[in-house]
Design a protein around this ligand. Structure first.
Ligand code: FAD
Ligand code: SF4
Length: 506
């Protein structure tokens, strides 16, 4: 008898181990393990989503005739797979597992599973991505600089998505210049999709409340789908109601509106309930059938075919050294309001509220508000990376780490962006209504009530002059700083210094 292990983020019928096992002779093993649930203190909704989706997936496999041994959290004492295999499957001839997403666990599989269980372990390549680590490595080889845009074009050619012969649909690769408007309320907001909770969901929600009470977040407003069917409904809902305006309002932020036209599909794609190619094809189909414009469809497909695959490629290319990068030498701790949400900065409070209540924030909230602030403040990359890994339902190291360490903190020297995404309050004011509701003044930088983003932005530009003054994309910014009146610069820097002395007071 062979054993097939299915991990909590491999809930796909396409995982390769299923093709290598016999449903009548072999056994599948799935387990809710303390090691995985607590290696960081994941948001309660993330644990509930994964446990419930695992239980539903196991039930589906059993209905299809597979023999599944399922270990519920709290019903067993195994903290990791090594101990479980050794105790329960000593007679098995082999263990099969799909290569996992995270370096941490893959390392344990490679180094400990076979040794500690005494059973031969075979790892099969993960087929749930559009670009394998080997393909990415080959693409990256010999290049002086890696840029997502060029990788994305390669992936368009490779998959044929939005291609008309050898040319991109519509004649352009990228329609971002048509995107990114603030939301002024003219286009009605899309309806919200609700799912009925079944017995499995209810049992898991009670279990998480009981065992993980000290983890961040609340389960009161748990709205995630936990089955393949519900994930598919979420995709259909997105294509019908949100995709047509996805591009236009991709960067917009509005008080009290937590999702706007975003898809909320990342957790389902990341745990295997949706296939990334099928998601891209559904969007492509909407373009060809006239249901959504090209700027929206191209922008959406670029996020998945481009950014998602690119960050995974970077992760597997550069780990394990990658996670130690800190090229800007940042050392500050994360202010306490990242956990409590209690801050006078309205933009930050809104993003924290969404995060705590829903284990979700859309990309611009993560990048340009909470991330931008950590960059301006100079937070230790490890601390902010751990925060992002803990607080979102879609968070897995392979995608969170490059986005945070690379895109947000510019700690890797620029694989995710040729310049840091640092921005003052003016950006937030342009893309949202947040500043209208804030007690800080977004128009000033040196007064006692000035927007902290403004003062800290100029401090960041000033303190990193050596690193960035030679960057041609930052020439204008340094030109502006050089032209500023010295007394004005001194006043802004003094205000920033006072904020840096006690960031928790903001
Ligand atoms: P949409 O805006 O609807 O985008 C569509 C899809 O594109 C997403 O579902 C996702 O699969 C993909 N996508 C978009 N941007 C990215 C990106 N930069 N990297 C990878 N995939 C992308 N995404 C995660 O899935 N897990 C994470 O742990 C994660 N951590 C992040 C941390 C930071 C600091 C930042 C700035 C971004 C992070 N992202 C992460 C990327 C992105 O913010 C989320 O994928 C997105 O907000 C999920 O919401 P959505 O499904 O509504 O996305
Ligand atoms: Fe955020 Fe500054 Fe605007 Fe307040 S004024 S909401 S702190 S950007």
């Amino acid at each position: 008898m062979k054993i097939g292990i299915i991990l909590g983020d491999q809930l796909s019928l396409n995982v390769p181990i299923l093709q290598h096992l016999d449903k009548f002779e072999d056994r599948l093993v799935m387990a809710e393990l303390a090691d995985e649930a607590t290696y960081v203190k994941h948001h309660k909704q993330k644990i509930a989503l994964i446990f419930s989706a695992m239980r539903h997936f196991a039930a589906g496999l059993q209905d299809a005739g597979w023999q599944v041994d399922y270990y519920c959290y709290g019903d067993h004492d195994f903290s990791g797979f090594e101990a479980l295999l050794a105790a329960c499957y000593g007679e098995a001839e082999a263990v099969l597992v799909t290569r996992c997403g995270e370096y941490r666990l893959q390392q344990r599989i490679d180094e400990c599973w076979e040794q500690e269980s005494g059973i031969p372990v075979t790892c099969l390549d993960d087929s749930r991505f559009l670009c394998s680590p080997a393909f990415f490595r080959q693409w990256a080889a010999g290049k002086k600089q890696l840029r997502m845009e060029f990788f994305y074009r390669e992936m368009r050619r490779y998959t044929g998505l939005l291609m008309e012969g050898d040319e991109p649909a519509g004649g352009q690769w990228n329609y971002d210049s048509n995107n990114r408007q603030p939301y002024k309320g003219k286009t009605p907001l899309p309806p919200v999709l609700h799912f009925e909770r079944d017995d499995i969901d209810e049992q898991v929600l009670a279990l998480v409340e009981g065992h993980f009470a000290d983890h961040i977040g609340s389960l009161d407003d748990f709205q995630w789908g936990t089955t393949r069917k519900q994930a598919q409904q979420s995709l259909d809902h997105f294509i019908a109601h949100r995709l047509p305006h996805f591009g236009d309002y991709q960067d917009a932020m509005v008080t009290g509106e937590d999702t706007l036209f975003h898809s909320l599909l990342s957790p389902y794609i990341n745990i295997g309930l949706l296939d990334p190619m099928a998601v891209c094809q559904a969007a492509e189909q909407a373009y060809y059938s006239g249901e959504a414009p090209l700027n929206a469809v191209e922008g959406f497909i670029r996020q998945i075919l481009g950014w998602r695959e690119y960050v995974r490629g970077i992760y597997w290319l550069l780990m394990p050294d990658y996670e130690k990068e800190n090229r800007l030498g940042n050392q500050r701790p994360l202010p306490a309001y990242y956990w409590t949400g209690e801050t006078k900065m309205h933009c930050m409070a809104e993003c924290f509220r969404n995060t705590i209540d829903h284990a979700y924030a859309h990309h611009i909230q993560r990048l340009m508000v909470t991330g931008n602030f950590a960059l301006l403040l100079g937070v230790l990359p490890e601390a902010i990376c751990q925060w992002y890994l803990e607080v979102y339902a879609d968070a897995f190291d392979w995608v969170e780490l490059p986005n945070t360490l690379g895109m947000v903190m510019h700690a890797d020297g620029g694989y995710l962006g040729s310049k840091p995404y640092a921005a003052s309050g003016s950006y937030i004011n342009r893309m949202s209504d947040y500043c209208k509701h804030c007690q800080y003044n977004v128009k000033t930088a040196s007064e006692s009530d000035s927007c902290p983003f403004n003062s800290l932005y100029w401090h960041f530009i000033h303190r990193h002059r050596k690193q960035f003054a030679g960057n041609h994309r930052m020439k204008m910014i340094y030109g502006n700083l050089n032209r500023m009146d010295t007394a004005k610069v001194d006043a802004i820097l003094a205000r920033a210094e006072s904020l840096l002395a006690d960031p928790d007071a903001l």
